[in-house]
Design a protein around this ligand. Structure first.
Ligand code: KIV
Length: 273
């Protein structure tokens, strides 16, 4: 058996078994080459609907469509063989009814080959999570700051700073677990609340702007690579690709304008046979 054949993709049960034992490493990916680079290092590749903002310049994730998620999901599946691939269900494709959600999730799984889907799990979405998991679709929940609710919240606002809001976020996490979610993203909540959620739910929590005690962590890859000039407080930059790309483009432009590129080694020569 070749090395490529012997690599087994991680499964949902592999990851749920990690709760309280081994941290789960998650990064977003939207394209084949980035998936290829990240795949050996991470446990989950999340094809997040942040793709709309990060790659397509949208102001929020609300405009992201099922077609976009299918396209990027397929690209990430082509570029990976080890990580579990989770694809976000975009705004408007799962909230209407469990049946609508089922139709959307089946399309995502059949067209991309991904292993699971993610929904932003307000309390009313628990029935949908149950409907999907009972029909063979693994679901990751997402509580706290829910970017698809940006228009209700009036912005991307951290959650859980008031007592009733803390209770609500905790209840949403518990409801997602009870409905069958195999893991829950906890975004933009204070670290004590994230710790409480991690203690109270039996499935792994994946933190982003949450707490080091979550069972795993996720970052938007383009943020941690430093591709934007502004990064939120919870992002650690592991590279500064913005400067690298900008310097490379400037040098290339200078070389083209001065005639220094291409040189004689960078052009094809006529072969006389
Ligand atoms: O869409 C996304 O990339 C996400 C992560 C930020 C968790 O949901």
């Amino acid at each position: 058996m070749s090395d490529a054949q012997s690599v087994r993709r991680l499964t949902v049960p592999d990851l749920t078994a990690r709760k309280g034992r081994e941290k789960i490493v998650v990064l977003t990916a939207y394209t084949t080459p980035i998936a290829q680079l990240l795949d050996p290092h991470v446990d989950i590749l999340l094809v997040g609907d942040t793709v709309g903002m990060v790659l397509h310049g949208m102001p929020t994730t609300v405009g992201v469509t099922l077609e976009m998620m299918c396209l990027h999901g397929r690209a990430v599946m082509r570029g990976s063989s080890h990580a579990l691939v989770v694809v976000d269900m975009p705004f408007g494709t799962y909230e209407g009814s469990p049946k609508d959600a089922h139709q959307s999730a089946v399309r995502l799984m059949q067209e991309t080959g991904c292993q699971a889907v993610k929904v932003e799990s307000a309390r009313g979405i628990a029935d949908t999570i149950r409907f999907l998991t009972e029909r063979g679709i693994p679901v990751m929940g997402h509580v706290g700051l829910r970017p698809q609710a940006v228009n209700v919240d009036g912005g991307f606002k951290a959650k859980g700073r008031f007592m009733d809001e803390r209770e609500k976020v905790l209840e949403e996490a518990k409801a997602a677990e009870e409905a069958g979610a195999f893991a829950i993203v906890v975004e933009g909540v204070d670290s004590e609340l994230a710790d409480e959620i991690t203690r109270q739910v039996g499935v792994p929590t994946i933190g982003i702007g949450a707490s080091p005690n979550c069972d795993g962590q996720v970052l938007v890859t383009d943020d941690m690579l430093g591709l934007f000039d502004w990064t939120p407080r919870f992002v650690r930059r592991y590279a500064n690709l913005r400067d690298v790309i900008s310097r490379a483009a400037e040098t290339y432009a200078n070389d083209v304008r001065s005639g220094e590129f291409p040189n004689s080694a960078e052009v094809y020569k006529l072969k006389i046979v």
